[in-house]
Design a protein around this ligand. Structure first.
Ligand code: MRU
Length: 356
């Protein structure tokens, strides 16, 4: 998708380095960063220069390739794989991508190992791009249906950034929106600010602006009243891990939005590629929920009059804070799962039908 009218993907390999867009600087500064070593990839995931489940997976895949390039010794590569998996615990795509890379490289000792690793990492990214495009084609039908009944702008609420910046391209939650916009269906997006890191305000609104899609940033507490007033036609969010029973783990605050949607009969959809399905864990309470540092709550970033990024404290200095990064929305509040293979009920039966 576009930034400053130029097409980009979120990650690519060029001139022997992995290139990423540093998302900690958006929307104020557009910086392309080079990842040269495995430690750069691990750091980029930890400090969230790259974030969003599918992009974390793509970065981890390229991270394994960087490890191979740095030191083609199995002990080093195994340790790197372990460190990558630990770098952010909730998004299952991370482990999925590392496992796929390690399986592909298992038993390969030839000089071609780096080439094979880079090819597999690119395939993981290309596949994600294709899956996200298909999520858009499948989700478009729901937006179209609402538009055909309403004959007016379709208002869609989204939480966090499950946009193209969170994937390789297209996004998950935003892909149906981009497809609807391209088809000429009038859409308007309510963008949850998404405290504490403001991925909605900083990233989702930014990327929708770049594609000229009308959107309005709201605080995380505003969605409820908008739904009561009939100003939300549907919600679409992404997910970091969806269980085989349809429970959805996503950015903190998703659950509250799903409850409000349920109470107001607003359809609540979750968009995801199959790499985000955890077929092993059976209960939402067993998903590891990342707890991040307190500074993400107590401090905010913004730009001053010279366009320099500044960090300021907004809480009392000694106050205690708790920063849980994700929550779990039980399947009963989810209207449907929009996947690359079609739309499924959020249930074991629904998912089994699509993914035999
Ligand atoms: O902490 P983040 O910014 O990585 O959280 C991202 C989300 O919660 C997204 O909704 C999710 O990863 C899906 S991205 C297509």
């Amino acid at each position: 998708m576009k930034i400053h009218n130029k097409e980009y993907k979120t990650i690519w390999y060029e001139e022997n380095v992995v290139k990423i867009i540093d998302q900690t600087k958006l929307p104020h500064q557009f910086i392309i960063k080079n990842l040269k070593k495995i430690k750069d990839a691990i750091n980029a995931i930890k400090v969230m220069e790259v974030r969003g489940a599918p992009l974390i997976g793509g970065t981890a895949a390229y991270g394994i390739a960087l490890a191979v390039k740095e030191n083609n010794d199995s002990e080093f590569i195994n340790k790197s794989a372990e460190e990558l998996i630990q770098s952010r615990p909730t998004a299952i795509n991370l482990k999925w991508a590392v496992d796929r890379m390690m399986n592909r490289l298992s038993g390969i000792n030839s000089d071609q190992i780096l080439e094979i690793a880079l090819k597999e990492a690119k395939e993981i990214c290309d596949e994600d791009e294709k899956f996200c495009e298909n999520i858009g084609i499948n989700g478009l039908k729901i937006i179209e249906e609402i538009y055909n009944k309403k004959k007016d702008t379709v208002n869609i609420l989204t939480h966090c950034n499950a946009g193209w910046l969170a994937t390789i391209n297209w996004g998950t939650a935003t892909s149906p929106i981009y497809h609807a916009h391209k088809k000429g269906i009038p859409v308007h997006v309510w963008v949850d600010e998404t405290r504490p890191r403001n991925q909605g305000a900083n990233l989702t609104s930014f990327e929708l602006n770049e594609e000229e899609i009308p959107n309005t940033i709201i605080t995380d507490n505003t969605g409820g009243i908008l739904m009561q007033r009939g100003e939300v036609d549907m919600c679409i969010v992404g997910t970091d891990r969806t269980l085989s029973n349809g429970d959805v783990c996503n950015k903190i605050g998703t659950y509250l939005k799903a409850l409000a949607a349920y109470d107001n009969n607003v359809p609540f959809y979750v968009a995801l590629p199959s790499s985000t399905i955890d077929w092993e864990i059976k209960k939402g309470k067993d998903i590891p929920i990342e707890e991040r540092n307190s500074e993400e709550l107590s401090h905010v970033y913004g730009v001053d009059e010279n366009n320099e990024i500044k960090k300021v404290l907004i809480y009392p200095k000694n106050s205690k804070v708790k920063n849980l990064a994700f929550d779990v929305t039980p399947a009963k509040y989810v209207t449907g799962l929009i996947t690359e293979k079609g739309i499924s009920e959020a249930s074991a039966e629904g998912l089994k039908k699509l993914f035999k």
